[in-house]
Structures are given as structure tokens and as C-alpha cells.
Design a protein around this ligand. Structure first.
Ligand SMILES: Nc1nc2c(ncn2[C@@H]2O[C@H](COP(=O)(O)OP(=O)(O)O)[C@@H](O)[C@H]2O)c(=O)[nH]1
Ligand SMILES: [Mg+2]
Length: 136
């Protein structure tokens, strides 16, 4: 799970694992039910980017998450190609976002090279089954 601070990484892992949604600040790389959560600072603070690349070596797939309601865009064009494994995209908080925000988030994730791209809400459960089926 890669994405800005508060984009919804930890909550999505809880939703995917069928756990109760409970806020918890992610301070370091954590393993949750076979998935790796990462702090948003690893994407936002460029000196930490290497941590994401090194950690991804032990994974099958990386998910780039994007909160369509946030203004900050911290990905680089083509960034998915820097990872040694496939990268898919996840638009989070679909319950909060307008159709225009979701369309823009999709375009921005496409610029990173992430493919395919899902739109989910951890709160309503929208899109979670599709994402889980893809991961399976
Ligand atoms: N409305 C809504 N809020 C969400 C959703 N997912 C996460 N949030 C909220 O966004 C905030 C940050 O979520 P968190 O999972 O901790 O983000 P992280 O920093 O990327 O791990 C919390 O207040 C969550 O309750 C969602 O699908 N819908
Ligand atoms: Mg977190």
C-alpha cells in the first residue's frame, strides 16, 4: 500500500480483512493479514522513497492509492516503472468524491503507469469485492 498521509491505506486494509474500521497512525512498515502497509511519509518525503522500493521487492504487487478529495499529488509520471513488481491503482473514499474528482484521480493514477485502476470506499464497501477478486 503506497499513498499520501490520510489517503486511506490503513482503513482499506482493515476493510479488505473484514476488520472493524479503527483509526491508527501508521509509523513504520507494518504487515496486516499478508498485506504491507506503509506510512504516507514514505511517499511524501522524497528521501524515504527508497524504503518503498526496497520493501516492494518482497511483494507480488504494489497498490498506488489516491484520495480524490486531496489536492496534494505526490506521484511522478511513470513512477510505477520504478518498482520491480506490477503496480495497480486504487482511488479511495469513493463515497466522498464527486464523479469529476474520481475521473481526475483516474487520469492522475494512469499517469503513474498503474494498471488496472479501481475505485473503492472502505466505508460503504463499494469496489472492495472487485479489488479482492483482482488480488486473488
Ligand atoms: N469517507 C471515507 N473516509 C475514509 C475512507 N477511508 C479512510 N477514510 C478516513 O480517512 C482518514 C485517514 O485514513 P487512514 O486509513 O488512516 O489513512 P492512511 O494514512 O493512508 O493510512 C481517516 O479519518 C479515515 O476514517 C473512506 O473510504 N471513506
Ligand atoms: Mg496508515
Amino acid at each position: 500500500m503506497v499513498g499520501n498521509v490520510a489517503c486511506g491505506k490503513t482503513t482499506l486494509l482493515q476493510a479488505m480483512a473484514g476488520q472493524e474500521l479503527a483509526y491508527k497512525k501508521t509509523q513504520s512498515i507494518e504487515v496486516v493479514a499478508g498485506h504491507i502497509d506503509s506510512p504516507g511519509e514514505y511517499l511524501e518525503r522524497r528521501v524515504n522513497l527508497q524504503n518503498l522500493l526496497v520493501t516492494s521487492v518482497d511483494t507480488d504487487l504494489v497498490l498506488f492509492l489516491l484520495d480524490p478529495t486531496q489536492e496534494r499529488y505526490m506521484y511522478s509520471g511513470g513512477q510505477a516503472a520504478a518498482f520491480p513488481v506490477p503496480v495497480a491503482g486504487v482511488i479511495t473514499k469513493a463515497d466522498l468524491a464527486s464523479p469529476e474528482q474520481i475521473a481526475q484521480a483516474k487520469e492522475l493514477l494512469e499517469l503513474t503507469g498503474a494498471d488496472p485502476i479501481f475505485a473503492v470506499s472502505s466505508f460503504t464497501g463499494e469496489g472492495i469485492a472487485e479489488l479482492l477478486a483482482f488480488l486473488e
